[in-house]
Design a protein around this ligand. Structure first.
Ligand SMILES: Nc1nc2c(ncn2[C@@H]2O[C@H](COP(=O)(O)OP(=O)(O)O)[C@@H](O)[C@H]2O)c(=O)[nH]1
Ligand SMILES: [Mg+2]
Length: 297
């Protein structure tokens, strides 16, 4: 048995097999990722099972991410042959484009159906993505209704039905849940900051102080502006960034009775500030810039 098989747990394999079976029933896969972390919010195993299936990447929560990065990421995915659209599922922005790209990409399938006399055959799609990427919100917005609560755990099986979107597509009424790319520590940090994976209490302080450091390195003014502190020029490593974290906590009044900083309270506050967009529109992963076509692989 290879190392890879050892870490690939049974329930994930089961979920993948299930997804593979259902893939046969659909024309297009709508892969929801978090626009703030387009790489680590995607599933590394997905490519193996989609086998030439048309895929649309949606960069959801693009209202929270850097608008310039949204454009660069769209170009990045397009350069790799996958259409990508920045959307905001809560405010229903960009949703019509999903339909028009799906129509464009499925033109051949629809023509074949017409040739066989099946006029008006709807496009069938399935929404997949890691937890908290916004699948349920997207499906609800596309269908203009509240769906029954679906299992968010990989491997949850239940009968599905087709749900009609307002524009006449058919969605598999069960979002496929993928698990995130937990590759490097930085990926895990991004996933914890955006809420895709839960951080336990002991982790909170390091997630938020490292998160502050990362945001500060990408958007130098954002942390200073939000917390009214001055941060001397870096670079910072994990330990050194603790000071700005403590200053911001003090500024926010996160103090215990003995005058000690309430690190945990501030950590929660910071993560909430970030997740609600109060720090600013932040893309934690920036798109690689291509110079020539040869760079795009
Ligand atoms: N700001 C913003 N929040 C979103 C968007 N889409 C989903 N959310 C929020 O993200 C959280 C997770 O969404 P949900 O649909 O339950 O994700 P799921 O686990 O993939 O089904 C919820 O609090 C949603 O309100 C979006 O486009 N913008
Ligand atoms: Mg859901």
């Amino acid at each position: 048995m290879t190392d890879r098989m050892n870490w690939f747990p049974g329930h994930m394999r089961k979920a993948m097999n299930e997804l593979k079976d259902r893939m046969k029933l659909i024309d297009v896969l709508i892969e929801v990722c978090d626009a703030r972390i387009p790489l680590s919010s995607r599933n590394p195993e997905l490519r193996r099972i989609i086998e030439g299936k048309t895929r649309i990447v949606v960069l959801n929560k693009s209202d929270l991410s850097d608008p310039e990065q949204n454009r660069l990421w769209e170009a990045y995915f397009l350069g790799k042959g996958t259409p990508a659209i920045s959307i905001d599922s809560v405010h229903r922005k960009g949703l019509q484009q999903i339909r028009s790209i799906a129509e464009d990409k499925c033109a051949g399938i629809l023509q074949k159906a017409r040739d066989k006399g099946r006029i008006g055959r709807p496009i069938r799609a399935m929404v997949v993505g890691i937890p908290n990427s916004g699948k349920s919100t997207l499906i609800n917005s596309l269908c203009n209704r509240k769906l029954a609560v679906t299992g968010d755990m990989p491997g949850v099986t239940r009968h599905f039905q087709w749900a009609r979107t307002e524009s006449g597509m058919e969605l598999m009424d069960m979002p496929g849940v993928l698990w995130p790319n937990l590759g490097k520590p930085r990926d895990r940090l991004c996933l914890a900051l955006t809420g895709a994976i839960r951080s336990d209490v002991t982790d909170l302080v390091s997630v938020s102080s490292l998160g502050m450091s990362l945001i500060h390195s990408l958007y130098p003014q954002f942390i200073e502006n939000r917390y009214g502190i001055t941060i001397p020029p870096g670079p910072y490593d994990e330990r050194e960034y603790y000071e700005p974290f403590m200053s911001a906590a003090r500024k926010k009044g996160c103090i215990l009775s003995a005058g000690r900083v309430d690190e945990e309270r501030f950590a929660r506050l910071f993560i909430d500030d970030f997740q609600s967009g109060r720090i600013g529109r932040v893309s934690l992963e920036h798109a690689p810039r291509f110079n020539t076509k040869e760079d795009i692989k």
